[in-house]
Design a protein around this ligand. Sequence first.
Ligand code: ADP
Ligand code: MG
Ligand code: ZN
Length: 470
Amino acid sequence: MKDYIATIGLEIHAELKTSSKMFCSCKNDPDEKKPNTNICQVCMGHPGTLPVLNKEAIKHVLKIGYAVGGSISDFTEWDRKNYFYPDIPKGYQISQYKYPLVSGGSLAGIHLTRIHLEEDTAQSTHDIHHKSLINFNRSGVPLMELVTEPVIHDAETAVRFAKELQLLLRYIGAGEANLEKGEMRVEANISVSKNKVFGTKTEVKNLNSFKAVEKAISFEINRQINLLEKGEKVVQETRGFDENTGTTFSQRLKESSHDYRYFPEPDLPKLKISEVKDFSREELTALTPELPWVKRERYFKDFGMTEKEVAVFVESREIGDYFEQVIKDNPQIIKLSVNYILTDYLGLLKKEGKDILSISSVNFSKLMKMVDQKKLSSRGAKDILVMMIKEDNDPEIIGNENGLIQKSDETEIKKVVEEIISKNPTVIDAYKNGKETALQFLIGQGMKLTKGSANPELLRKLLIDLIKKD
Ligand code: ADP
Ligand code: MG
Ligand code: ZN
């Protein structure tokens, strides 16, 4: 149905990593397993208590704002968003309405509307006995909300955007942003239309993985097109997503726009960002590491890696930093290191069930140099790598102890070659008569005699030279 254009706008919430909550000194630890441990009168919404702003949370959002090239609101304030729900016992959520910290900017080529800061709600569990339980550990955790313009047109781009935001949050240290853990929550607004006028949108919630984001958007686009094709109308509503069936379902109709009766939070100070030194662009960009998209470009340009290779090094800062340590001052081992890290090292770590790069970058770099200088065969290098993963030792010592260092000493290997020639006259004749495979056999004999320690290239060269001579 090629005539239809899909339009998607995302609303993404992300829990921010700070030591304390947004408006009180309770520990910010959404992982806390024991319910109602990190709580106080403020985050439980007791009357008469006063909120206090968390500077770290504001710094996280400003860093992101600077990174995406958004404009920072010099004047900002917090607002009360009034609604009743058991997980918000104050009867309102403290959020930002009129003056979001960040407006505009773009990420992964998608224009942003705004980024603001608010507080997370408590968590309710509805148990089988028709009882509801409320856990306030999450109540008051700093929550960032980012809204995009309706400028996305397919599910893959929406996923790419969400992944880039996750990466940015992780690089900046603003949050882990795991969708599966609810640290990042994606809501997708979707409409379809045949002309430039926007169609009626639906909003899909409960997307707990990138796969769910992709599936839900694709499903919803098809569902809406099918409705319109049948001459029916799309109803503006909130829909949920069912992982098991890959379908969306109606949750609640949107009766006109909610009236949240927003008004400025009287218990918090208004802020003038330019008056706080810690909030300045200079201070915060100095604290921001190289951004993922800058790093991506540098890896393409400086290391000539493929898109797939770059993705691994950029997605994991740990692996990227490690790689740069390994090749530091040794540009000749770039290609070798990329291959060994991506195919052998990471594969072996996974097999061993290890999730940290357990070999020191110094030892790994030394291993790469030994391969580069042909001191090791690729087989030998892999054997040493396995041993290094078990115990992080100097590859030269391991190589010597296990007889894996390749001999590249001509006189020594020449002796071996002479021995092979004298012991295999029929094979030599066959080779002289044009049987190329005979040479492979002779190299094999040489490797056997040297217990695999001869440099096979040198062995080959000397065999050819010496057989020709006699
Ligand atoms: P609401 O008031 O329903 O929350 P907003 O105008 O605040 O709507 O927009 C919320 C999100 O919906 C934004 O990400 C925006 O880009 C997106 N959006 C707005 N209109 C459409 C549309 N017609 N189709 C798809 N997404 C849309
Ligand atoms: Mg909305
Ligand atoms: Zn508290």
